[in-house]
Design a protein around this ligand. Structure first.
Ligand SMILES: [Zn+2]
Ligand SMILES: [Zn+2]
Length: 132
């Protein structure tokens, strides 16, 4: 079960809707393959489906760019088996740095983020519905 939330800055006009958490289609590789788009990740999913002990972590999260503070609401995908592991990554749309940190998915974590648009602004999080 995930949560839809609105992030809004206490200091400027910035506001963004985000979806975070784990949906029922995130629980196994076969269902992830039904909606997961990036080709590189799809190849990885198919490869791991042939492994006996593949374990997947997949959820919608908020990536915070370490370089410029940009917030990107995207899917985190991490798969591992006893022989290999794969983690997806995104480039920051604003400064093109690769975002290597695992994204935030819990309200308390997102609540600690700084505003990506202004100096010193803090983000308020208000959750407005559940999704699955
Ligand atoms: Zn702000
Ligand atoms: Zn950036």
């Amino acid at each position: 079960m995930g949560v839809a939330a609105t992030l809004s800055c206490t200091n400027c006009e910035y506001s963004q809707h985000v979806f975070v958490g784990i949906g029922f289609r995130c629980l196994d590789l076969r269902s992830i393959l039904e909606w997961y788009k990036p080709e590189e990740g799809r190849e990885q999913i198919k490869a791991f489906m042939r492994e006996e002990d593949a374990h997947v972590v997949c959820y919608k999260g908020v990536y915070a760019c370490e370089h410029c503070g940009y917030l990107l609401n995207e899917v985190y995908l991490h798969i591992e088996s006893h022989t290999q592991s794969y983690t997806n990554h995104y480039d920051c749309p604003r400064c093109h740095t690769m975002m290597l940190e695992q994204p935030f998915q819990r309200e308390v974590e997102i609540d600690c983020l700084n505003c990506p648009e202004c100096e010193g602004g803090k983000l308020d999080v208000s959750c407005y519905m559940d999704w699955d």
